[in-house]
Design a protein around this ligand. Structure first.
Ligand SMILES: C[S@@+](CC[C@H](N)C(=O)[O-])C[C@H]1O[C@@H](n2cnc3c(N)ncnc32)[C@H](O)[C@@H]1O
Length: 258
């Protein structure tokens, strides 16, 4: 767990050079790990964390961050006035919005970010990166792993998972193989069902570029983040041919006019 948090912090450090201090909002702040980081690196800024789950925000309060306040709201509630923020942040959040509300939901959230930013304000995004379509082979070292994959293919709701099996090898699209890797470790039925409703890999680089433009941003940077695994470890007994890593991306947009 500690290693995972260290990786998460390292991932966040990539954002610092793009951050504009002043008034900062994190949409989908959860229990406040990112707010803690922002509070430290932008110590003179005022930071607002937004999340719709009160229990997560209660955990933020316990962190006692000197320059952070939280608001319990859905992003779509549009609770802020126009043109007030210097930086808007979405970390590990847009894939949840996509899973629930599709591309339009993501566009809606980005448009709200654009509206509440000042001219020249920046949006900072980090999330999973969906690889470009490519047929790959996945070899399963044992029957239980193959059965777990077949259950995933049957129960995953966000998109249809097509595959062909020959012996202990499946041929399928790389995004579905990687999606399985990110969900394989789900513990217990409730967690598994939650994962089956959620798509981690939702946008390719080009999808992000297009969505940012449609939401009114200039694209400043789209960068792959190295060593950013957000799942626990590689799946033992699973071999991808060719080998593929689960990748994270950071996407930086700027509201024109400054
Ligand atoms: C995976 S957590 C990430 C938390 C935090 N950003 C981090 O990286 O540690 C995603 C958070 O987004 C919140 N969220 C998802 N959709 C939301 C929405 N439409 N409005 C407000 N919060 C939302 C969830 O409640 C959850 O706490």
């Amino acid at each position: 767990m500690r290693k995972q948090l260290q990786r998460k912090r390292k991932r966040l450090e990539n954002l610092v050079r793009y951050l504009r201090s002043g008034l900062i909002v994190e949409f989908g702040c959860g229990s406040g790990f990112v707010l803690g980081f922002l509070s430290e690196v932008a110590a003179d800024s005022h930071i607002i964390g937004v999340d719709r789950l009160p229990e997560r925000l209660a955990a933020v309060s316990e962190r006692g961050l000197h320059n952070v306040v939280t608001v319990c709201a859905d992003i779509e509630d549009s609770i802020f006035p126009d043109g007030v923020f210097d930086t808007a942040v979405f970390i590990n959040c847009l894939h949840e919005i996509f899973s629930e509300r599709g591309r339009e939901g993501v566009l809606g959230a980005l448009r709200i970010a654009s509206t509440v930013l000042r001219r020249g304000g920046v949006v900072l995004i980090q999330d999973y990166l969906k690889p470009e379509p490519q047929a790959i082979e996945v070899e399963f070292a044992n029957k239980s792993l193959l059965e777990r994959f077949m259950r995933f293919a049957k129960e995953f709701k966000p998109r249809q998972v097509n595959y062909e099996i020959e012996g202990s090898t499946a041929k399928l699209d790389v995004a579905d193989a990687v999606e399985f890797i990110t969900k394989h470790h789900a513990e217990g039925e409730e967690h598994w069902q939650e994962e089956m409703r959620e798509s981690h890999l939702f946008f390719t680089e080009e999808d992000f570029r297009q969505a940012l433009r449609e939401a009114g941003f200039n694209v400043v940077a789209i960068e792959r983040i190295k060593d950013a695994q957000a799942y626990r470890e590689a799946v033992e007994g699973l071999k991808l041919k060719p080998p593929v890593e689960v990748e994270w991306v950071q996407v930086i947009g700027k509201k024109p006019g400054d």
